[in-house]
Design a protein around this ligand. Structure first.
Ligand code: UDP
Length: 327
């Protein structure tokens, strides 16, 4: 059985669905602070609780035959992390360390860890390879880097195997259209564009038009959430070979904010009302992954690499669920 923390969240729910499709037994632990019960595949078992609750985890490891953990549960708002760093130290570092302690006691030594491109900070060149300097410019990225480094010590000292996946920009939704992105508050570009298109929000603010990029707006590497999910399954295979590794997870292609707006307009046939605003603090100009390592070592091959497909699948979800799961 695979334990997925945060399995009711946007990325987690897509991973859980892919695991269930592959007939894996899946146990989700999610406190539903951000996740949604309805997002969890009916083939998985959901325990509503906090992954940082040591007693709960001890019980779970006693009761279920857990082979590996996919650890997604975390706080992930960059802006918030710079206002309340203590929350990120406690939630992302403290609770993960206590979970690792319980895993060690239970002799479960395989973990896929969801990390982030934010560990690189603001690199001046791209594509970004895994050996670029680790210089996070926000507490969120720092909190993920600390756990990556702890996992490496756990590997050397306790014989753990881990795969850290450094996500670039997760986007899109399962083509079925019944699970997708639903954050409250929403801060991500693609769902915000659709909120404007669906009349849930008046306009979209583009954060900065004076970046050193061809059209002046930030460039990001968007990866479809189902491709991201598939990478987690490849990571589990690697753990089963008693191997560890750290990988970027992106598409190796960059799109500016303006280009994403254009794609959304093309896909929906609706013009997006845009306001050009100031830069958002902490946003690097360009973040584009090199995906060579994961392609070579894990045979990762994205199925939804085309940006139009990514945006179209997101549109299907938002159109069907303009107010998300519950609202
Ligand atoms: N962005 C924007 N307006 C918004 C939200 C995001 O211009 O209302 C830009 C943001 O500055 C970044 C890109 O869109 O360059 C992607 O942002 P998102 O928050 O989706 O992901 P991030 O790159 O921060 O992980």
């Amino acid at each position: 059985m695979i334990l997925v923390t945060g399995g009711a969240g946007y990325i987690g729910s897509h991973i859980v669905r892919q695991l269930c499709l592959k007939k894996e037994k899946v146990l989700v632990v999610d406190n539903l602070s951000k996740g949604h019960k309805k997002a969890v595949d009916t083939g998985a078992k959901l325990i509503v609780g906090d992954f940082g609750d040591e007693n709960l985890l001890k019980e779970i490891f006693k009761k279920y035959d857990i082979q590996a953990v996919i650890h997604l549960a975390a706080q992930s708002l960059v802006g918030e992390s710079m206002v309340q760093p203590e929350k990120y130290f406690e939630e992302n570092i403290g609770k993960t360390l206590s979970m690792l302690k319980v895993m060690l006691k239970a002799n479960v030594k395989k973990i896929v860890f969801s990390s982030t491109a934010a560990v690189y900070g603001e690199p001046e060149t791209w594509p970004i390879t895994e050996d670029f300097p680790h210089k996070p410019t926000n507490v969120y990225g720092y909190s993920k880097l600390v756990i990556e480094q702890c996992l490496e010590w756990y590997r050397q000292i306790h014989g753990f195997n881990y795969v850290s996946l450094r996500y670039f920009n997760a986007a899109g939704a399962d083509p079925a259209g019944d699970i997708g992105e639903d954050h409250n508050p929403e801060t991500h570009l693609i769902p915000l564009i659709f909120k404007v298109i669906l009349g849930e929000q008046d306009e979209l603010t583009v954060f900065g038009t004076d970046y050193p990029t061809p059209d002046g707006t930030c460039i990001r590497d968007y990866i479809h959430v189902n491709d991201l999910a598939e990478a987690h399954i490849l990571a589990l295979n690697k753990l089963n070979k008693d191997e560890s590794g750290v990988y970027n997870l992106g598409n190796q292609k960059g799109f500016s904010v303006k280009e994403i707006i254009n794609v959304a307009e093309e896909v929906t046939g609706v013009k997006v009302k845009v306001r050009y605003g100031q830069r958002r603090p902490g946003d690097p100009a360009v973040l584009v992954a090199s995906s060579e390592k994961i392609q070579k070592e894990l045979n990762f091959s994205p199925q939804f690499g085309d940006i139009k497909t990514i945006v179209l699948t997101a549109w299907k979800w938002h159109k069907n669920n303009p107010r998300g799961y519950d609202r």
